[in-house]
Write a protein that binds this ligand. Structure first.
Ligand code: NI
Length: 137
């Protein structure tokens, strides 16, 4: 790893104890990597707030017997073709489908797409996972 800098951090003892317990539960082997991940998490959130180019994944669970619903989901995805870089459809069981849509582009567009898909009547569950292009962190 290039350009590593060391610096000290002052924390109340009880906060440090809680942090150590938390990172141990998450299988971190040292505090430095846990701090780096916390900082990256905030940087990614800031990218999303500032409408920067971001990467994300939308997941949808829906009943494939509802043909109107499927048409609506398709129409929306065609309207947002500029930010969709890939999608995968998985037939979960006789009734339910899982769709995973990878997005890359301005965060507001990605959020708008996720909100549009989520609000379609009949979608049982939808999530948007916020991530980054990795260029600036
Ligand atoms: Ni299916």
């Amino acid at each position: 790893m290039a350009n590593l800098f060391r610096f000290g951090i002052s924390l109340p003892k009880n906060l440090l104890d809680k942090f150590d317990r938390l990172i141990s539960e998450k299988n971190y082997t040292n505090r430095s990597e846990a701090f780096r991940d916390l900082i990256r998490e905030d940087l990614v959130k800031a990218e999303w707030k500032k409408n920067r180019e971001v990467v994300g994944a939308i997941t949808l669970i829906y009943d494939h017997h509802k043909r109107e619903l499927i048409n609506k989901l398709m129409d929306i995805q065609h309207d947002f073709g500029g930010v969709i870089i890939s999608s995968q459809h998985i037939h979960l069981d006789h009734n339910n489908c899982l769709e995973i849509i990878a997005v890359k582009g301005p965060s507001k567009e990605a959020q708008k797409l996720a909100d549009s898909l989520k609000s379609v009547k009949g979608v049982k569950h939808a999530t948007l996972s916020l991530s980054t292009t990795g260029k600036d962190i």
